[in-house]
Design a protein around this ligand. Structure first.
Ligand SMILES: NC(=O)C1=CN([C@@H]2O[C@H](COP(=O)(O)OP(=O)(O)OC[C@H]3O[C@@H](n4cnc5c(N)ncnc54)[C@H](OP(=O)(O)O)[C@@H]3O)[C@@H](O)[C@H]2O)C=CC1
Ligand SMILES: O=C([O-])CC(=O)C(=O)O
Length: 438
């Protein structure tokens, strides 16, 4: 049996564990951050999915000490797996760093386990999860990390938790920004924009300073379009194209409603665009969407239903769910984050597209530049995307898009002090609401 010996440091409390395998299990506790390197590979999971190694020889455990590269690990306690040393893992891709804010919250509680299980990046992609919390949530975050540890996910090789975005976003290749202050009773939307603006300005600066130059950022915390704008404006060294606001949940909701009306399963609905803001002004586009490859309007011939009932149902779905369940969508939001990432890391099926909120500069639809707006995109699977050009925009769609555009321009004026664009002037339209604010 291989037993690694650790020497306790005076500044840390340590739980020492040993393992039969080279992938030594250990748990280091420090004041504000914890790091877990997780379990030996479970032979039943993903074993030999792609490896051609045939040797039956039992290899001696390999443990490498890589202290210089892991400053958060304090002294002698950082061990690294050598994935190349084991048959099952030798053909895996290089470990990627995924940073998640609001990691002790409800959405993250679903999402983290999907990430760890390989549902997002695939069965040969080991990941390191870097979880951002706060003084409020640090205990809860430790609990989350313990649950991840107890789940024995082979692909999850590192978990670290912290409250400083400059540490947690270090070398992040994906940053999933979920944490945000929810709007409380009596709180003005302008105040919410300002409080969350502060969070996303700080996180943008941190990403700019320490994340991978190619980091892809998905902003979930509301109001997500304007939070994404603030974040990208505070990260001038990272391409604005790398920032997304999550509108995939709205796309999924729209597909579901069209499928229900047409009496088909929802995999028959394609080319679904959500235009605009993740708010009640969003525009679910039934003009360009298809059912079984046919334009929706040829399958559902009830234009009044499409323009009124369908549109409003999608716009207000989040609010109705809150009324029923008492809190906002968490599981379906996590699923939609998975869908959003997978749409960027796998090629878009021929002829189809997906919706995501992206920076409008250079868009071919005539939408105002300098805002984050949900639009139709395609990807070749490299993490990047291109806007879809061949869409029809009629007068109805144009007027609806304009309303969402006006709302986002007003939100932008409210946060000018957070984006470096002067003095904030807040003149939000009266009916501006998040999906959950009805
Ligand atoms: N784009 C979309 O489609 C959707 C977006 N959302 C949004 O996602 C966000 C997270 O939702 P959910 O996980 O359910 O929320 P939770 O309330 O469960 O968790 C939110 C997390 O936000 C963090 N947070 C950051 N700043 C503050 C603050 N000032 N006050 C309080 N909490 C703060 C908290 O973590 P900590 O203390 O560690 O910072 C908390 O754990 C919300 O903004 C919600 O509106 C929800 C559904 C859909
Ligand atoms: O307002 C909220 O927090 C909920 C939300 O975004 C949604 O369900 O789409």
């Amino acid at each position: 049996m291989a037993v690694a010996e650790f020497t306790p440091s005076s500044s840390s409390s340590i739980i020492k564990k040993t393992s039969l395998y080279s992938s030594q299990l250990f748990y280091v506790s420090t004041h504000q951050k914890r790091r877990f390197s997780l379990r030996p590979l479970q032979k039943t999971h993903y074993a030999n999915i792609c490896c051609s190694v045939t040797s039956n020889e039992v290899q001696a455990p390999v443990v490498t000490n890589d202290l210089k590269k892991k400053p958060e690990c304090f002294g002698v306690f950082c061990l690294t797996y050598d994935l190349k040393a084991e048959e099952e893992t030798s053909c895996w891709k290089k470990l990627i760093n995924v940073s998640v804010s609001g990691a002790a919250g409800m959405i993250a509680n679903h999402l983290l386990f999907k990430l760890a299980a390989g549902e997002v990046f695939g069965p040969d992609q080991p990941i390191a999860l870097k979880l951002l919390g706060s003084e409020r949530s640090i205990q809860a975050l430790e609990g989350v990390a313990m649950e991840l540890e107890d789940s024995l996910y082979p692909l999850l090789r590192e978990v670290s938790i912290g409250i400083d975005p400059y540490e947690v976003f270090q070398d992040a290749e994906w940053a999933l920004l979920i944490g945000a202050k929810p709007r409380g009773p009596g709180m003005e939307r302008a105040d919410l924009l300002d409080i969350n603006g502060q969070i996303f300005a700080e996180q943008g600066k941190a990403l700019n300073a320490v994340a991978s130059r190619n980091v892809k950022v998905i902003v979930v915390g509301n109001p997500c379009n304007t939070n994404a704008l603030i974040c990208l404006k505070n990260a001038p060294d990272i391409s604005a194209k790398n920032f997304h606001a999550l509108t995939r949940l709205d796309e999924n909701r729209a597909k579901c409603q069209l499928a229900l009306k047409a009496g088909v399963f929802y995999d028959k609905v394609s080319n679904m665009t959500i235009w605009g803001n993740h708010s009640t002004t969003q525009v679910p586009d039934f003009l360009n969407a298809k059912i079984n490859g046919f334009p929706v309007k040829e399958v559902i011939r009830d234009t009044k239903w499409l323009e009124e009932e369908f549109t409003e149902k999608v716009q207000k779905r989040g609010g109705v769910l809150i009324q029923k369940w008492g809190r906002s969508s968490a599981a379906s939001t996590a699923v939609s984050v998975v869908d959003a990432i997978r749409s960027l890391v796998t090629p878009t099926p021929e002829g189809d597209w997906f919706s995501t909120g992206v920076y409008t500069d250079g868009n071919p639809y005539g939408i105002a530049e300098g805002i984050v707006f949900s639009m139709p995109c395609r990807s070749n699977g490299d993490g990047d995307y291109e806007l879809v050009k061949d869409v029809i925009i009629d007068d109805y769609l144009r007027s609806r898009i304009k309303k969402s555009e006006d709302e986002l321009l007003a939100e932008k004026r409210c946060v000018a002090h957070r984006t470096g664009e002067g003095i904030a002037v807040c003149d939000l339209p009266g009916d501006t609401m998040l999906p959950g604010e009805m």
